[in-house]
Design a protein around this ligand. Structure first.
Ligand code: OSB
Ligand code: MG
Length: 380
């Protein structure tokens, strides 16, 4: 394999609007600032990643602007003008910065893309992916009423989605799940609480057991794995962890404690593709199925997600709906499309989608070129 040598990084900060606002237990998202990270190798090849951060620190502690700050002042200075033999080295190079995993992942995934392109291989091949046709699920935000939700579910089931995920919150749970299950007794269905409950709600959560849900995602606190273990003992429905798993070590501990039976892997949340692969492998050894979570990504992050989903233990459809479900015009060409609930992984080098610079131009807030290792802070 040929190594890469990054001579320049360009941060493209864009502001994009979702076609439909997305509501979770922690708030509603409509527009989103995204920092696209373009790394340019000495041979002139570009690789791309994106911060999957939101404008506000409501899902986790990062925001797009904190990610930009950390990237510019700490992460990029550490990797620029150095020979990188393999992208799996990157996360450990960036270890000197605590957490800030979404910022790290944006840079790390861009380096995977440029490395794959330089070596003329599709990304999935470099990580050992196998399934080139992946099953797709749809995540639906909290709706005004159970009836509205049922309408949406009907539409997405007709479009062919292989799993339906609905968001729940206290006061918007049993009634909503009940309405969907009544209308669709057999669809693969799950609920995501985004940390909205505590152990005091155990009786309410137990009421979900009769709906044959595939899982309940992150019912308890964003940083908890202890209470989840207790809850899992009392629930029949499998618990899936999202927010609580930031690393291989978190996954190991959660599995050991019995805090979950399923894990949602988000490349951004865990600091990159290599950490994602390690978590995938660990889960496989322990018979814990995984699936790919989503953060309302543009085509760049989405492309990374679908390549990751080719790994063999991604047996549950992920939140990887096609571009047209989020954006009027995506920033990659061709857009990511789905047929009959399946996305076919492109067999082209790197992420396999072209970045549409003219489209970026239309939504650009500013861009910044970084081509020296200068940082106002001493980098260890
Ligand atoms: O918890 O999975 C989540 C979106 C933003 C923040 C958190 C979550 C989500 C989703 C959307 O569920 C999934 C998607 O990208 O379609
Ligand atoms: Mg979630």
């Amino acid at each position: 394999m040929e190594s890469v040598y990054i001579k320049e990084v360009i941060l493209h900060l864009i502001n994009v609007s979702l076609k439909v606002p997305f509501t979770t237990s922690f708030g509603t998202m409509q527009t989103k600032e995204v920092c696209l990270v373009e790394v340019i190798d000495s041979s002139g090849i570009s690789g791309w990643g994106e911060t999957v951060t939101s404008n506000e620190p409501y899902y986790n502690e990062e925001t797009t602007y904190t990610a930009v700050y950390i990237l510019k002042n700490f992460l990029i200075p550490k990797v620029i003008h150095k020979e990188i033999k393999h992208p799996k080295e990157i996360l450990s190079m960036l270890n000197f910065v605590k957490r800030n995993r979404m910022a790290k992942a944006a840079l790390e995934t861009a380096i995977w893309d440029v490395f794959a392109k330089k070596n003329k291989k599709p990304l999935y091949e470099l990580i050992g992916g196998e399934n080139l046709e992946i099953k797709v699920g749809k995540s639906i935000g909290i709706q005004e009423s159970p009836e509205k939700l049922v309408e949406k579910v009907e539409q997405f089931v007709k479009e062919g989605f292989r799993k339906i995920k609905i968001k729940i919150a206290p006061g918007k749970d049993i009634e909503y799940v009940d309405a969907v299950r009544n209308k669709f007794p057999n669809i693969p269905l799950m609920a995501d609480a985004n940390s909205a409950y505590t152990l005091k709600d155990i009786e309410q959560l137990k009421k979900l057991d009769k709906y044959n849900l595939m899982m309940i995602e992150q019912p308890l606190a964003h940083d908890d794995i202890i209470d989840h273990a207790q809850l899992q003992k009392e629930l029949q429905t499998p618990i899936c962890l999202d927010e609580s798993i930031h690393s291989y070590e978190d996954a190991r501990k959660a599995i050991e404690l019995g805090s979950c039976r399923i894990i949602n892997i988000k490349i951004g949340r865990v600091g990159g593709l290599y950490e994602s692969v390690r978590i995938h492998d660990l889960c496989k050894q322990h018979n814990i199925p995984v699936w790919c979570g989503g953060m309302l990504e543009t085509g760049i992050g989405r492309a990374h997600n679908i390549h990751m989903t080719t790994l063999s233990n991604f047996t549950i459809p992920g939140d990887t709906a096609p571009s047209s479900h989020y954006w009027t015009e995506d920033i990659v060409k061709p857009e990511i499309t789905m047929e009959n609930g399946i996305i076919k992984i492109p067999n082209r080098p790197g992420i396999g989608y072209e970045v549409a610079r003219d489209q970026i131009e239309k939504v650009l807030v500013y861009s910044e070129k970084i081509n020296s290792s200068y940082s106002p802070h001493p980098i260890p």
